[in-house]
Design a protein around this ligand. Sequence first.
Ligand SMILES: NC(=O)c1ccc[n+]([C@@H]2O[C@H](COP(=O)([O-])OP(=O)(O)OC[C@H]3O[C@@H](n4cnc5c(N)ncnc54)[C@H](OP(=O)(O)O)[C@@H]3O)[C@@H](O)[C@H]2O)c1
Length: 261
Amino acid sequence: MNTKESYAVVTGASQGLGKAFAENLAEKKINLILISLANQNLRELSLQISETYDVKVHYYEVDLSIHENVLKLTDLLNVSFDIHILINNAGLGGTGKFVDASSNYINNILQVNVMATSVITHQLLPNLLKQPKAYILNVSSMAAFSPIGFKTVYPASKSFIHSFSIGLREELKDTNVSVSVVNPGAMKTNLNVSKRIEKQGFLGRLTLLDPNKVANASVDKLFKKDSVILVNPISWMIMNILPVWIKLPLITNAVKREMNL
Ligand SMILES: NC(=O)c1ccc[n+]([C@@H]2O[C@H](COP(=O)([O-])OP(=O)(O)OC[C@H]3O[C@@H](n4cnc5c(N)ncnc54)[C@H](OP(=O)(O)O)[C@@H]3O)[C@@H](O)[C@H]2O)c1
């Protein structure tokens, strides 16, 4: 299969922010390749987007926490499609005591957030470099700007994504590929996340965002080749002004409320 037209790849596209990215790009008449885990109605979503916006949509149900899957998927994409946009959105985190977390839980966060983001980017980069203009958007988080107790691995993984994106952007600055990173605050994207944010009280609500607005603002700024995309600059300013000895206990206490500790 060689589709000739160019495509945007969106990971974690079945729901939440990824779905909002997919719909925003389709509205702009950009063909899509959507990726998520199996049994998340990705087929139905792909058909619906394709019919609503009259664009081509392919979908792949792949567990991105497995390195070999990422390699197989990207090999297939490289032989089948021209890709000019890559949105590394798939990501996960959670709240709990580090000591109580299973090693699988920790590994899953690291594999999806860190390994999949880096390896998908690495494997698809030669494809992106062949296009007249290409864009990479990596989804980090406000959590990248502070360590957080009881989340521990998640903010660290989002700091990785932030640093990785800015480093790669510098490396690719004389090429056709522009790299951006977006650092959203809390979004009510799914039932679990919504419940957690509600329990955080004031601090959770302060950064609360609508995923559709985040996707719209991010895609606009992606095409303007912004480096760091800040969808809520006020919370970003607070995160940057506050020294770590203030923000670390402040945010950790808010997170503790999620756990009723
Ligand atoms: N929600 C927030 O408050 C918030 C704040 C800042 C940043 N973010 C970041 O924004 C991004 C999207 O978050 P969201 O809230 O929209 O999350 P979500 O609703 O839970 O969606 C996450 C997406 O990632 C996919 N995913 C998870 N594990 C995967 C795996 N092993 N293989 C393939 N796909 C996998 C999920 O696919 P399935 O549907 O198949 O499980 C889903 O499509 C994430 O990177 C997250 O860290 C979220």
